[in-house]
Design a protein around this ligand. Structure first.
Ligand SMILES: Nc1nc2c(ncn2[C@@H]2O[C@H](COP(=O)(O)OP(=O)(O)OP(=O)(O)O)[C@@H](O)[C@H]2O)c(=O)[nH]1
Ligand SMILES: [Mg+2]
Ligand SMILES: [Zn+2]
Length: 317
């Protein structure tokens, strides 16, 4: 039998076949994929081959093989620093949900996420959620950010999963594709899934517990079929986004705003840090490249941890 992994809880995988049947499957014995040191060998979105096992009146599956992935989104494991965790595989696009506060999303986090999606060649879209809660100053901040990322080439939409504002635009982008919603815990990923497809009625955070720290409402990634021809993967909130396996020299290639200009740097191996006659640094002075992007870049090149401070608007060195 063949199917697609819709949910993974660690030891069990829910697999859907082309006949629309769901099977609860396990892995037997050692099952490792060459070259990937991941805490989860199989992720939501994977195509797998499995055998059916019937014990008594219980039918389950045993996964034998996994098809080559078109792409995947990976992050460093929170506890085991050397290991990685595959969030989802075989995606057509990823939506990163951003909120200014409750919870705050830093440009550093946004940029790391975008670098990962560029590296794996998965189109990324930024959704600025909870616009129903912002005052005029905050709306100005959102507009500033949306403009910054739009100029780089990313689609940006201000939405409210609560009032339904611009949800039709999100649905339009989702048609015919497998998408993933990502972002910090509490940005409203599951609420957005419910706004797109109310009958799914996913669990979302209760208002009364909104301020409790570190509590994830969604605990496992799960894929859902939508009534329109589309699939959505809801994921648990991610805290940090460690960049996996990337050489210093490579990082600039995943900043499209840098990549466009780098042929104008004096040295073709310019890291845009200490080198003279650097086109990227020149572009900072003329505001063609944002300081926040440059700061994120330098952090990544230096292998520093992500900056959680939200310093979006202090556009100074
Ligand atoms: N005012 C307002 N509240 C929202 C909006 N979207 C989500 N919320 C609220 O934000 C809280 C968190 O929403 P969830 O959908 O549970 O967030 P999540 O991103 O799925 O969180 P995790 O599952 O923990 O990763 C809930 O109380 C939602 O009602 C919005 O657009 N406007
Ligand atoms: Mg959720
Ligand atoms: Zn340079």
């Amino acid at each position: 039998m063949q199917g697609t992994v819709y949910k993974s809880t660690g030891s069990w995988y829910t697999v859907k076949t082309s006949e629309e049947d769901f099977y609860e499957c396990r892995i037997k014995g050692k099952f490792r994929i060459k070259g990937i040191k991941s805490t989860n060998p199989i992720a939501v979105g994977d195509q797998v081959t499995f055998d059916i096992e019937t014990v008594g009146d219980e039918t389950t599956g045993v996964i034998k093989d996994i098809s080559e992935r078109k792409n995947y989104i990976i992050r460093k494991s929170v506890n085991l620093s050397k290991q990685t965790h595959i969030i989802a595989a075989n995606l057509d696009q990823v939506f990163l949900m951003v909120t200014l506060n409750n919870p705050p999303t830093s440009t550093s986090f946004i940029d790391r996420f975008l670098v990962t999606s560029e590296a794996y060649q998965i189109p990324a879209i930024l959704l600025f959620n909870k616009i129903d809660t912002y005052n005029s100053e905050e709306i100005g901040e959102i507009k500033y950010l949306a403009n910054l990322y739009r100029e780089i080439g990313y689609t940006c939409i201000g939405i409210s999963s609560k009032t339904g504002k611009n949800i039709d635009k999100v649905k339009e982008l989702m048609k015919g594709k497998t998408s993933m919603f990502s972002g910090h815990s509490g940005v409203g990923k599951s609420t957005l899934v419910n706004a797109v497809e109310p009958k799914l009625d996913l669990k979302t955070k209760k208002i009364s517990t909104q301020h409790s720290q570190g509590q994830h409402t969604t605990t496992f990634a799960e894929m859902y079929d939508l009534e329109m021809d589309a699939q959505i993967i809801d994921t648990p909130g991610i805290k940090g986004f460690g960049i996996v396996d990337m050489e210093k020299e490579e990082i600039g290639n995943y900043f499209p705003d840098f990549f466009r200009k780098k042929q104008d740097c004096k040295f073709n191996n310019c890291l845009h840090i200490e080198e003279p006659k650097c086109a990227i640094k020149a572009a900072l002075e003329t505001d063609e490249i944002a300081w926040s992007r440059y700061r994120s870049y330098v952090q990544m090149v230096n292998g520093e941890e992500e900056n959680y401070r939200v310093d979006i608007y202090s556009e100074k060195k």
